[in-house]
Ligand binder design. Sequence first.
Ligand code: ADP
Ligand code: MG
Length: 767
Amino acid sequence: MLKLKNVSKFYYSNGVVTSGFTKVNLELEKGEFVAITGESGSGKSTLLNVISGLDTYEEGEMYINGEETSAYSNADFEDYRRKYIANIYQSFNLINSYTVYQNIEMVLLLSKLKRKERRARIFDILKKVDLYKFRHQRASRLSGGQKQRVAIARALVKDTPIIVADEPTGNLDSESAANVVRLLSELASDKLVVVVTHNYEQIEPYVTRKITMHDGRITEDLKIDHRKAAEELPEEGIEEETKEAAVSRPAAEVREGRKHLNIISRLRLGTRNTFNLVPKFLLLLFIFFFVSAAVTSLYANIRESKHNMSLQGYNYYFNNTDEHRIIIKKADKSPITEEDFEALASLANVKSVFRDDVLLDTQVSLQCNEQDKWYYFGGSMVDVTTMDYTNNDLTYGRMPVEPNEVVIIGPKDYYQNTQEAANDIMNSDFQLWVNSNYSSDAVGDKIKITGFLYRESDNWDFTIGAYQELFDSVKRGINSGYSSTTVKVAGQELKSDPWAMQNKVVPSNRVGRGKAIVSSDWNYFWEWQWAPGQSFTVTVENLYYTDSKKFTIDDIYYQWNFTEKTGYSDYAWNNGVILVNAQDYDEFFDKDCYQSSVFVEDAEKVRDTIEVLKEEGYEPMYIQDALLNMDRTWMVMNDIFNTLWSSFLVVVLFFISYFIVKLIMKSRNVYYATVRMLGGAAGDCRSLIRIELMLVLNLAFFIMIGAIYAAHLGYYQFDFVNVILEYLKTKDYVILYVVLNLMALIISSRYARQLFKTSAMNVYKEV
Ligand code: ADP
Ligand code: MG
C-alpha cells in the first residue's frame, strides 16, 4: 500500500546540504508490524516524517495505493495525513488541558460522525486501552504509560490504514512500555504499523519486519515470520550520486476557507479553549478589558475635546458657542413677545430658551471706585428675583433690596472670605463694567454690595445677583458696546468701530433731548470753526438693528473743561464721545427683545429644529455656523490632529496587545500543531483562535459596559468614567464594539499567520 522508490531527503540550510536519508526503497503492506532501528542520526525519524507527509522529499517517488505523491501540494498532504496517517510520539503530544475523552474526541470532531456515534466509539476504544475509568481526567494528570495509551487510542480512533510511531516507549518504564507495544501489535492485524525504536528487543516478539538504517541508508530489511525461519531480503544496489538541486518546497502556507471541523465543533472547541486554562483566560480577559477601556476612554476624550472646542470657538458677537445653541430673531424683525417665548419653550427638542441671550456672551465685573481699595469681582449676572436665598443663607450681609444693590456669590476658598473684608467691601462704592469683545463699558451708577454667599465651587467665577434695572443698563451697555456708529456731519460720513470711543454715544443728564455735547475737534468741520448750533445724524448699527437720530450740537468740550461739561472723568479714555440725553441713549440701546437663544436637547437634531424654527417665523442662526473661518480652520486642524493622534494610540495599543496576546497564546502553539497533526486544516485553527479571542474580547467589552453602567447608577465615581458617561451615546458604543471586534479579528489573523509560518509542522517532526 505504501511504496518508496529511490526516495532521498536532503536538508538544505545556509548553503550546506545534509542528507536525511538516501535512495530508500521500501514496500510496506497492511498487516505488517514494521520496526525501524539504527543508531541515532541514521535517518529513522526523517524517514518516518516523510512517510507521515510531515516532510517533503527531494528525489524519487513515494506511492500511496499506487498514486504518486511527488506533485502533492501542501493541501494534498494535509488530506493525505488525514486520510492515511495516525502518529504516535515519544513525547505523547496530547492536549494537556483536555480530558482523556476530549483528547480522543478531537479526532472525531474532524470526521462527519454524529455525537452519539462518537461517544460510542470513544467508549469502545477507551475500554480497549483500559482507560475508561480515566476518561474525565485531564491528560496532564496521567502517568507516561497512560498518556501513551491515550495517544494510541487517539491514533486508533482516527482509523487510518497506517499508524506511525517514533520511539513510542522512549519515555516509559519497562512495564508500561510492554503494555504499549502489545497494544500496537494488536493494531497491526488490519493496519500497517511502523515503529521507530532504539530498543529492538522490546518489540522483537511482535514485529513482522525489521528494517535497520545506517547513515541514511537501509542496511537491512528482514521479514520475520514467527513460525517460519527468518528470511533475509537482498540489499538494494545503491548508487552514489551528487546531491544537487536539493530545493525544499515553500513553507506551509495558511490556506483560506479550508475547514474540516463543522461550525458546532468549532464553537464547542473554541469555547472550551477559552475557559479551560483559567490563568490564561484571566490574563487575556484583563488585556482585552484594558484595551477596551483604553479605546473607549480615548474615544470619549476626543468627543469631549470636540465639545470643548465648540465652546472655545469665538466670533465677534458670541462668546458662548455651545453646540446646542441656536440664536433666533423674528424673520420680520419684530420683537419677540411673551407668547412667542411660551410657544418656543414647547417645541420639540427645545430644552430651554434664554431670553436676553446677549447676557450669555457677556462678562461683567464689579470694581471698587474708591482710592486705595482694590476689589474686583468678575463673572456673570443673574436675576436676583429668581434666586431663592434669604438673608439667613448668606455668609455675610443681607440680600439686596434696592435697584443699585447686588449680592455676590463666590467660591468658598476666596481669600477675601472674611468678615473683615466683607465689611469693608460692603462699605465701598462699586462700578459695574460690561466687557464686550471690544471694550469695557462702565454702566449704571454707583453700586453697593450688600451681601456675600461663599460656597463650594470648582471655579473662580463670581455670580452677581442684581435687579432688573441693572440688567437693563447692562443690556444697554452691551448694545452700545457691540454697535458701530456712523455720524453724518457737514456733508461727511464718519464711521466708528464698536471698540472705538471716538463718536460713541454716551448718556448724560446734562444734555436736553435731541441735543448733544461733542468734542471741540468738531469745530473744524465748518469753515467758521464753530460747531454749536449745527445738526448731525447718528446711526447706530449692530447685529440686531439699525437706528438713526438727528441731533443739534448744544455745546462742545475741551480737555480742560471735560469733567465740568460732561460729568465723566477720564478725558484720555473718553475723548471723542458724543454726549446725548439719557432718554435718547435709551432709545438707541434699550430695545425690546429682538434676539434670544434656544438651547436644544440633542445637538445632532439641531438641523431639524432649525427647520421648525423657520416654519414658526424665526430667522435662526446656528452658532456653530457663525464661527469665523479662522476658527473653523483651527478646529479642522485640531480635528485632524486629534484623529491622527488617536489613530496612532490605537495602533500602538493594537501592537502592544498583539504582542501580549501572542505571548499568552504561545502555550497554544503545541495545541494548534496537534490539531493539524490530527488532520485539522489551517482554517480550523484560525477559526478556533478567532472564536477564542473574540469570545474573551466580548466578555471584556460587556464587563466594561457593566462597569460603566454601574457608574451611571452611582455605585462609584471616576473622572474618566464620567467623561465616557457624558459624551458617549448608544451609537458610539456600537462603533466601539465593531472597532474592538475588528481589532480582535486582526490580532487573531496575525497570530494565526505567525503560527503557521513558523512552526506548525516542525513541532511534530521528531528529530
Ligand atoms: P534519527 O531519528 O535516526 O536519530 P534523524 O532522522 O533525526 O535521525 O536525522 C537524520 C539526519 O538528518 C541527521 O544527520 C540529522 O543531523 C539530519 N537532520 C535531521 N533534521 C534536520 C534538519 N531539520 N535540518 C538539517 N538536518 C537535519
Ligand atoms: Mg529520531
